[in-house]
Design a protein around this ligand. Structure first.
Ligand code: PEP
Ligand code: MG
Length: 361
């Protein structure tokens, strides 16, 4: 990316002059963040924090946390995760050099963090200093038939607020440390899978109280935003209520598509190819935003959000943020930015400019 040729760079700069939509990126590592910046991304629109836990030492502490049977056990495991997460976030903020970074609180399907094998459970029990049966019973208790619609996103943070506390401390703690080095940061904390305004309010309260406690301890503060994903249809339908509380919305059109159609994202491997063959669907709605259906929810969410708070920031961070026809739709709805994977940033910048030029005509 660093070698992007001069003509291309010039074309991109020209494109940006016309655009109304900013282009951010979805990135969870300093490497992806730097790549996207080189492609002209003006911020991170989605940093998924669950991916950060899959490395060896982190997944162990994460499993201990999820399988703990009480708050004290969870806090013990979270204390191990805090310094590691803080370093993760420092790397990302450093790579973005003062551009805004939206960090999404933990949103894994829970089963991804639960050891599935007998031997894995025995090993974990040993590490936790409990009988294997305790871990086995807890795994049974957490088992879900349909984890993608289950105990994930803010449902996790609302059940176990100590996770939200740890992540808030890691995000804002990273910013405070960087501030000492003279590095500017603009953190935006994003709550996933909100469907009911009270889910947002309770998580936002935990975030703000944790932030105040941290600022008091450190004798310094950082400005930050608290916003939400709009990815559950009910959130789009009640976006006027949620908009009063949130500083920003980011439309998660992957989940919004899944839940509006009632398809699973895994259905691309089962019947969706047949549906495309038979022309029941013209395009894969997970690739190209379904403007007729899902798009109405995006438009409604944007309008209701703005009616509640005219200054609310609006973006999109589903896969559609890097698809040209979907980007054009986002322009028409008046979103402030799209966020896509690093290598799609130039495509999104061109599509945003094209939409603005067509609009003027
Ligand atoms: C979404 O649902 O559109 C989204 C961006 O979140 P994820 O893909 O991580 O569920
Ligand atoms: Mg989602």
């Amino acid at each position: 990316a660093a070698e992007m040729d001069a003509d291309f760079r010039q074309l991109m700069e020209l494109a940006d002059k016309h655009s109304k939509l900013a282009v951010r990126t979805n990135a969870d590592t300093p490497h992806d963040a730097a790549t996207a910046r080189a492609f002209g991304a003006v911020g991170i629109g989605l940093c998924r924090t669950e991916h950060m836990f899959f490395e060896d030492n982190k997944i162990k502490a994460m499993r201990e946390m999820i399988l703990a049977t009480d708050t004290e056990g969870r806090r013990k495991a979270l204390a191990k995760l805090l310094p590691i997460q803080t370093e993760d976030f420092k790397g990302i903020f450093r790579a973005m050099k003062g551009l805004p970074v939206t960090v999404r609180l933990l949103d894994p399907p829970l089963h991804e963090f639960v050891p599935q094998t007998e031997s894995g459970q025995v090993e974990l029990a040993k590490a936790m200093g409990v009988e294997p049966k305790v871990v086995h019973d807890r795994v049974e208790q957490l088992h879900e038939l349909n984890p993608m619609l289950g105990h994930r996103g803010c449902r996790l943070g609302n059940t176990y607020p100590e996770i939200t506390e740890m992540q808030t401390r890691a995000i804002l703690g990273a910013c405070l440390e960087l501030k000492k080095e003279g590095i500017e940061t603009h953190p935006e904390i994003m709550i996933p899978l909100v469907g009911v305004v009270e889910e947002f309010k309770q998580q936002a309260r935990v975030i703000r109280e944790t932030a105040e406690a941290l600022f008091k301890e450190q004798g310094d503060r950082i400005d930050f935003l608290v916003g939400t994903m709009i990815e559950v249809p009910r959130a789009a339908l009640t976006a006027d209520e949620i908009g009063k509380e949130a500083d920003f919305f980011s439309f998660g059109t992957n989940d919004l598509t899944q839940m509006t159609f009632g398809y699973s994202r895994d259905d691309v491997n089962t019947f969706l190819p047949t549906y495309l063959d038979k022309k029941i669907l013209k395009v894969d709605p997970f690739q190209q935003l379904d403007q007729r259906g899902v798009g109405q929810l995006v438009q409604m969410g944007a309008e209701k959000g703005r009616s509640a708070k005219p200054t609310i920031k609006l973006g999109i961070c589903g896969e559609h943020g890097g698809d040209p026809s979907s980007v054009e739709f986002c322009h028409r709805v008046g979103l402030n930015y799209v966020s896509c994977s690093p290598f799609r940033v130039p495509i999104a910048r061109l599509a945003a400019a094209r939409a603005a030029v067509e609009d003027k005509k």
